[in-house]
Structures are given as C-alpha cells and as structure tokens.
Design a protein around this ligand. Structure first.
Ligand SMILES: [Ca+2]
Ligand SMILES: [Ca+2]
Ligand SMILES: [Ca+2]
Length: 263
C-alpha cells in the first residue's frame, strides 16, 4: 500500500482479486480454462481521508479521519486472468502507479505498469437525497456534484439516471407528453426524463450541476418516488463507491386527485 499526504489518498493493492464488472458481479473465466471466475486479475482499492476541520481561530473541530470503506476499486483496463494487477502500488498526488507482474503483453509474465489519474476520487454528490415536488416551478431537478480536491486541472465525470421506484421515459416521449395537458398525462408519461452526459469541472470550479426534467401530471401517485443518479469515469476501469451514488426524490402534489392509471 501507499499513502499520499498531499492528496489525502491511500491505495491498497489486492493482487489476488477476481475480476468484477461494473455491476460488481464476477467476470466468468476464459472459455476452456475450466475456471468459473477470472482469477487473480488483481485490483487496487482507493481510500480517501476526510481532512481535519478547524474554526476561524485555528481550534481543531474535527481531526482528520479515514473512511472505513473504499471510494473506488480499480482494475487494469485490459485485465486478464493471473495478471496480478496491484502487486506493487505507488501514489504521488493524484497519479497512481500499479504493477502487474503477471501481465503477458510482452511475453509470458513479462509484467506491466499502469498509470492512472485518480483525481475523480475527490468528487461526490452534494447530498444523499435531492427532494423535488412533481410540480416544481422549474420543471426539473437540479443535482449538484462537488469537487473537494484542488481545482487546478480540468476534471470530467459522467452521470446517468436509472429507475428505483420512479419511471423514466426517453427525451422523445417526454417532449411528446409535455404537449398533453397535465390533467391528461397519467402514468404513460412516466415520472422523469432519462438523463445522462458528462460534467466538466473547469479550472477553479468546485461545484457543477446537471438537471433531470420532471413530469407533472394531475393524478395521485405514491407520495415519494425515487430516481437513482450515479457518476462514472469512462475508460478508468473503476468501480466507484458510495460517494458516487445518490437519489432524487419526487413528491406527488395531487393528494386529493384520482390515482394514476395507465391510459
Ligand atoms: Ca410522478
Ligand atoms: Ca401534479
Ligand atoms: Ca401526480
């Protein structure tokens, strides 16, 4: 393992880990290998320190502390069985170096070194739940993402929505439904528009938002419906932890109306 004091990050190599896909399911072994899982692929776990907090006159309010679970789990982008990614790890500021002694790219067990930018580990949703009314005046939910590390480089993360109990519709359907009077929309128009894209933190910017269009209707629904929002880092091979998932709650405003039905 290695710790970088400046960035407040620790990295721990776990070279015997099996491969996991983005849903944290194990990846099947190579055909004809007789192995159920892709074995000893290796992984690196990233932990983030919550910095100490002092008041205006320098009195310590809260000492620094390490979270007990990781902020991200990294795998080699081109992982394979017995590569042993994470055999050796080193971190300098936000750059991670990880050795994979079993990599076969340049001959059997020739080994490889991977360099990764792990600055994304300092990004998190502003809150765990973003509550909005179905009839919000702006007709959309604002989801705010914070960058807690330095802002001297541009940083890009991707975001996406998925259903928990709320039902998403695509942009085309949402636009068509928006032309129907609110009282006639009912269930077929869903609860929100499926939304995805990239958030770019320009230099000096520590907060960015994305917006999810909300569908209003005139019928009664379960008072609270939830959308999952999640962040990812394209091409990083990273499975991100709790900081990168949040919920948007949509509250119904039609308490005395008829229940929604699909019509
Ligand atoms: Ca709704
Ligand atoms: Ca309504
Ligand atoms: Ca409603």
């Amino acid at each position: 393992m290695d710790i970088d004091d400046a960035s407040g990050l620790a990295v721990v190599g776990a070279k015997h880990q099996v491969a996991l896909d983005q849903y944290k399911e194990t990846v099947g072994g190579d055909r004809n290998s007789g192995e159920k899982e892709l074995e000893r692929v290796g992984a690196v776990y990233v932990y983030s320190r919550a910095n100490e907090f002092r008041d205006g006159v320098g009195t310590l309010i809260r000492p620094p502390r390490w979270a007990s679970y990781e902020v991200a789990r990294l795998q080699a982008v081109d992982y394979d069985a017995r590569d042993l990614y994470g055999t050796a790890v080193a971190i300098s500021n936000y750059v991670l170096f990880a050795g994979a002694t079993g990599d076969d790219g340049k001959g059997i067990n020739g080994g490889a070194t991977y360099q990764s930018d792990i600055e994304f580990s300092k990004v998190a949703f502003r809150q765990k739940v973003f509550p909005y009314m179905e009839n919000d005046v702006n007709k959309r939910a604002e989801v705010s993402v914070l960058r807690t590390g330095p802002t001297t480089d541009v940083l890009v993360v991707s975001y996406s929505t998925s259903d928990i109990t709320a039902v998403g519709v695509d942009a085309q359907k949402f636009a068509a439904c928006s032309l129907i009077p609110i009282s006639d929309r009912h269930d077929r128009c869903g609860d929100y528009q499926q939304t995805f894209g990239d958030l770019t933190f320009d230099v000096g910017i520590s907060a960015k938002s994305f917006f999810i269009p909300i569908m209003d209707n005139g019928c009664y629904e379960h008072p609270m419906e939830y959308i999952r929002v999640s962040l990812s880092v394209p091409g990083s091979g990273a499975i991100l932890g709790e900081n990168f998932v949040a919920k948007v709650r949509i509250d119904d405003d039609d308490k005395i109306a008829e229940p929604c039905i699909d019509k």
